[in-house]
Design a protein. Structure first.
Length: 257
């Protein structure tokens, strides 16, 4: 039996609900829908910008709150806003390092994006699948809310440079990418800024660490070792297993605590 007082359930997307980069299995969608029916507030919290969350959700859960860019973007009632952006001086310093290490990147504004990486990079296929935005030059973005390095001559040194600049840095060794976010921006920090501090969370990667660590119930999907000490339960990275774990929540509908 699951015992908790949380009235919110928070889902990461890629590797947690979505396993092909494009769709969510109908069994998982049905289980999340049942959570809504019994009274949970549903939040989707992703490294993707809001623009790239919409196609994978494909119109499902229109009332859900969306957190994008690892916390730098939020969408409530369909209204997207940037809640964190790179300070111009910090972005200038990061771009100096980009030049030094001959890095290529994906930079996101509140909606549009700049991309300098190879066209055949796996990340390119996940960008703007809904053809909702424009690819522009970096200086055309009104502000930069997320910066993803997809290649560099020395990824480790570039990641360390970001840390010294005070950025939140997630170096995904398995994908050979570095994810930079402004300041201390995380999914959990965005969640708490909206007054949500009691919740159940599902995640699979290092950028879900704080989300799971502060959850009343943290569910790890898959086996990422960075989440060993913060997950309350682990399930296989498989739609059937994930749907079954989500369905457990509906047997213990949230109560006011």
């Amino acid at each position: 039996m699951i015992n908790h007082c949380a009235r919110t359930v928070v889902f990461d997307i890629d590797g947690t609900l979505c396993f092909d980069g494009a769709t969510i299995d109908d069994r998982v969608l049905a289980a999340i829908g049942e959570c809504e029916r019994v009274g949970y507030q549903v939040v989707f919290a992703s490294a993707r910008p809001i623009r790239d969350l919409l196609p994978v959700l494909d119109g499902s859960f229109p009332s859900a709150t969306l957190i994008g860019g690892n916390g730098s973007l939020v969408s409530v009632d369909g209204r997207v806003r940037a809640r964190a952006a790179f300070e111009p001086s910090v972005l200038d310093a990061l771009m100096e390092a980009i030049g030094l290490y001959q890095a290529t990147y994906l930079a996101d504004g509140p909606w549009d994006y700049a991309y300098t990486g190879p066209l055949d990079h796996p990340i390119r296929g996940r960008v703007d699948r809904g053809d909702l935005a424009c690819r522009v030059d970096l200086d055309e973005l009104p502000e930069v809310v997320k910066f993803l390095v997809v290649g560099a001559s020395d990824m480790a040194e570039l990641a360390e440079t970001g840390r010294k600049l005070g950025l939140t840095v997630n170096h995904h060794l398995d994908e050979a990418i570095i994810d930079f976010a402004p300041g201390s921006t995380t999914k959990w920090e965005a969640l708490t800024s909206m007054g949500i501090d009691r919740y159940v969370a599902f995640g699979n990667d290092i950028n879900d660490f704080d989300l799971l660590r502060n959850a009343e119930r943290g569910v790890r999907v898959g086996s990422h070792p960075a989440l060993d000490d913060v997950a309350h339960v682990t399930v296989a990275a498989d739609p059937r297993a994930v749907a079954a774990e989500i369905s457990l929540l509906t047997r213990a509908a949230p109560v006011v605590g």
